[in-house]
Design a protein around this ligand. Structure first.
Ligand code: NAD
Length: 372
């Protein structure tokens, strides 16, 4: 039996509650797939600071490097906001992303039919939406030198540098093209090639890679201003989109809100493949929600959908991932809602009840489809 090691980083606030439900889904899927999932845990964020005086203990990095995949809840909260910068919970998250060189951030935007009314867009524009934004996460204007604010000729001057090397473009391009190949075989690369030379090079490199190795993928290029407009005008025209760090930061938040609620949005961050293993961290897009922490009312769906991404991208268990997505859809169809996605006529449930309902839906689906 294949064994996979999964590291759970519960983090702060609602992190432990939502990771708890997602772990139950993972356990079920492991058994169903005939795969042995071995779980370990480590500290991160404010809870790590409280326990050992640092938000990012060395032991956490050691365990993360050994794991086949990592599931993280969320970090942060008002309790730790006055700490010095190096001890704040967010340092844990930024540290692990950097140390594992997680350069590819995958943010799907899916709209479940039952929630089409929750979007600020018309239901027909949004219903059935299933797009994936691939954002480069370790380069671009956030890291380029020179940077900073100086005084020049009596005026304050601020500067940041947009920078990419061809190999950085090729490696994120390859991730996106592979993902497109496994989905609808359509990739849109987003840039501002009409005015920024860095992104003109980006466009050329992505095109070169597609022409050399991915002739089966339909590649288009779009300027970022048009892409933002198209995302709200007709988002279903896209399948996979790939872009640099700053454009991706903005476009992925824009796409995320098409679907209505933070409690529904999963994400994955992938690193380079080393000796056949790719570092991978899965986490909900939302934060630690201190306002509802410990009350048992958080929506666990974003974390459960992050588990679906883990099954798909780290373990190749596409049938189980499809089951998880379908189980979530069925539970929403049945009218169960956590407070954040509550609608008139629906039944309000807590974190555990939502987890229970998704597990039951999984069992029913598996019995009916015999996929598992
Ligand atoms: P947040 O995402 O934690 O919460 C925003 C609002 O959405 C809150 O009203 C919250 O109750 C609600 N919400 C979020 N997730 C929910 C869920 N699963 N179910 C139901 N409701 C949910 O953002 P915030 O309030 O700006 O930040 C709170 C803390 O989280 C801060 O310390 C922030 O730094 C941190 N944060 C962490 C991450 C992360 O760990 N990746 C991301 C964003 C914010």
């Amino acid at each position: 039996m294949t064994t996979k090691h999964i590291l759970l980083l519960h983090g702060d606030g609602i992190g432990p509650e939502v990771v708890g439900e997602a772990k139950r889904v993972l356990e079920w899927c492991g058994t169903a797939a005939g795969m042995s999932f071995v779980f370990d845990e480590a500290l991160i964020g404010g809870s790590a600071y409280d326990a050992v005086g640092t938000p990012y203990p060395a032991e956490t990095l050691e365990k993360a490097k050994k794991a086949d995949a990592i599931l993280l809840g969320a970090v942060g909260g008002p309790k730790w906001e006055s700490l010095e910068y190096a001890k704040r919970p967010e340092r844990g998250l930024l540290g692990i992303r950097k140390d594992l060189d997680l350069f590819a951030n995958l943010r799907p935007a899916m709209c479940f039919a039952a929630l089409a009314d929750a979007s600020s867009l018309k239901p027909e524009i949004i219903s059935g939406l299933d797009i994936l934004i691939v954002r480069e996460l370790t380069g671009d204007i956030y890291f380029g030198q020179p940077r900073g604010v100086s005084v020049e000729n009596g005026h304050r001057v601020g500067r940041n540098t947009m920078i990419y090397a061809d190999w950085e473009v090729t490696r994120i391009g390859r991730v996106a093209l592979d993902l497109a190949r496994a989905r609808g075989k359509k990739l849109c690369s987003v840039d501002k090639a009409n005015v920024l030379e860095t992104t003109e090079m980006w466009r050329e490199e992505v095109q070169k890679l597609r022409d050399a190795e991915y002739k089966d993928i339909e590649l288009s290029h779009m300027y970022v201003d048009n892409a933002a407009m198209q995302l709200v005008r007709a988002p279903k025209q896209f399948d996979v989109m790939v872009t640099g760090n700053i454009f991706g930061d903005i476009l992925s938040d824009c796409a995320a809100m098409l679907t209505g609620s933070l409690g529904m949005l999963p994400s994955a961050s992938l690193g380079a493949e080393i000796n056949g293993k790719r570092a991978a961290l899965y986490e909900p897009v939302h934060g630690s929600a201190p306002d509802i922490a410990g009350k048992g009312v958080a929506n666990p769906i974003a974390t459960i959908l992050s588990v679906s991404m883990m099954l798909r991208y780290s373990f190749g268990l596409n049938a189980q991932a499809d089951l998880v997505d379908a189980a979530v859809a069925n539970v929403l169809e049945s009218g169960l809602r956590t407070g954040d996605i509550m609608q008139t006529g629906a039944k309000k449930v807590g974190t555990r009840e939502m987890g229970d309902a998704i597990l039951t839906a999984l069992q029913n689906l598996a019995a009916n489809t015999k996929v598992a």
